[in-house]
Design a binder for this molecule. Sequence first.
Ligand SMILES: Nc1ncnc2c1ncn2[C@@H]1O[C@H](COP(=O)(O)OP(=O)(O)OP(=O)(O)O)[C@@H](O)[C@H]1O
Ligand SMILES: [Mg+2]
Length: 238
Amino acid sequence: MALLEVDKITTYRGSQKVLDSVSFSVEEKKIVGIIGPNGAGKTTIFDAISGFFKPGKGRISFERIEITHFPPHRIAKMGLGRTFQIPRPFKEQTVFENVLLGHLMSRPRLMDPDDVITETNIILEKLELSSKKETLAGELTLSEQRRLEIARALATNPKLLLLDEVAAGLSPAAIDRLVNLLKQLNSQGMTIVIIDHFLNLTIQLASNVIVLDNGRKIAEGRPDEVLNMRIVRDAYLG
Ligand SMILES: Nc1ncnc2c1ncn2[C@@H]1O[C@H](COP(=O)(O)OP(=O)(O)OP(=O)(O)O)[C@@H](O)[C@H]1O
Ligand SMILES: [Mg+2]
């Protein structure tokens, strides 16, 4: 079953068409990659899916419910979590508080305070941030900030997790650990879409890749198939 369906989304930023009738679907429990050169429209797709930027045309459905015009908080509560390409932590709060807030904002009435603290600690452990618990988010390294961004998204307990360039700027060893974490989350039932300009994660994780160029979907398929396509090579080489 398709968990997410994006149907002929067209968006403008000012007079520039940044997405041109883009369609794709994401099956439950899969990992899908979205790749493409700078400015292709990758982040704009996530903005549209998560409700931060309303498309001019087209429909987006999550679990068969149309969410195209829902506000971001409502979409998040339905189980759709995302990270931001430029991390957006509360810089003056500690790492622990940042993740705790993710829990409280997504499920305020449902949770026992002790459970919230336990879950927050589990997530920090998963992202190897336990030793940074009391550090202010504004003082983290890039690698730690990226992990905090994922931790905050996980705190909302998403069914579908959208990750925007979370491997950018990480060392090969840090990327390996991230790959293992995402494999683990996926094996526990989480569906994941990764935007991955440099293909560090996609090749190892994605069963299906969507290629965007200049706002259009130019290819789709298995990573090995897609990367051998002339049209994809040409787009990357510019
Ligand atoms: N807030 C904005 N205001 C105006 N134009 C924008 C805005 N955000 C993005 N754009 C433009 O929309 C187009 C698509 O941008 P988008 O950020 O979606 O691309 P991307 O594929 O994520 O690129 P990158 O690999 O650099 O992250 C670009 O031409 C960009 O300049
Ligand atoms: Mg982007």
